[in-house]
Design a protein around this ligand. Structure first.
Ligand code: PGA
Length: 237
């Protein structure tokens, strides 16, 4: 089963999220999207919208969608103003959590140690971490993580220059990076992220276990097109 993870980043509010789900439900029905599902779709909204997304999934009968969070505190709950701990997310049906996205590393100064602590918190609370890695992070990041956790995480290869740029990476190069990641982390599933869209998703599903999608997930229409393209690819292979 291939994984398609929508990373909304710091986009959307309650109104636009409701609109997104209305459209998504309509289009999914029109295209009979989930009648024979061969892909698992995960939505990772901002934390402030997790409860709303959970509710909308129920209201629209879209239980086929899973929920992820974009980040998790490296601390257990307590006196950490502004941080969202795993405990704070209990009851929201969050199953996945993005950890170590390059935007967190750049704008929030997260280093490998902080990211490793986040991986640990996630696993201890039965959330599956999606550990984002660039080429230069593979070994240094692995060295900070308890090897017992390697088999419990999903890795995501995201070359920084491909993120949000429209310059998606060469699938052959992605295949090499995945090999490098698996050499260190073992047979962990690896996703690719960086300007993935309906037109190029098939080439990545050829070489990896799924995709992490930013820009193309923000509108229901483009995200549905991407899921359709992914389903066609998976069904035909
Ligand atoms: P993008 O973002 O699809 O907009 O390039 C991907 C990501 O940052 O996860």
């Amino acid at each position: 089963m291939k994984l398609i993870v929508a990373n909304w980043k710091s986009n959307h509010n309650i109104d636009s999220t409701r609109e997104w789900f209305e459209k998504f439900k309509l289009l999914a029905k029109q295209k009979q999207l989930f009648n024979n599902s061969v892909v698992q779709v995960v939505i990772t909204p901002p934390h402030s919208l997790l409860a709303e997304v959970k509710q909308l999934i129920t209201v629209h009968g879209l239980g086929i969608l899973k929920i992820g969070a974009q980040d998790i505190s490296q601390f257990e709950s307590g006196s950490y103003t502004g941080a969202i701990s795993a405990k704070n997310m209990e009851g929201l049906e969050v199953e996945y959590v993005l950890v170590g996205h390059s935007e967190r590393r750049k704008h929030f100064f997260e280093n490998d140690e902080v990211v490793a602590a986040k991986v640990e918190r996630a696993i201890q609370h039965n959330l599956t971490p999606i550990l984002c890695l660039s080429r230069d992070k593979i070994t240094s990041q692995a060295n900070t993580i308890n090897p017992d956790y390697y088999s419990q995480l999903i890795a995501a290869y995201e070359p920084v220059e491909a993120i949000g740029s429209g310059c998606n990476a060469d699938p052959a190069d992605v295949a090499k990076a995945i090999k490098d990641i698996q050499q260190v982390f073992g047979e962990t599933p690896v996703l690719y992220g960086g300007s993935v869209c309906a037109d190029n998703v098939a080439s990545y599903l050829e070489v990896c276990n799924g995709v992490l999608v930013g820009g193309a997930s923000l509108e229901a229409e483009s995200f549905i097109d991407l899921i359709v393209a992914a389903q066609i690819k998976v069904t035909s292979s």
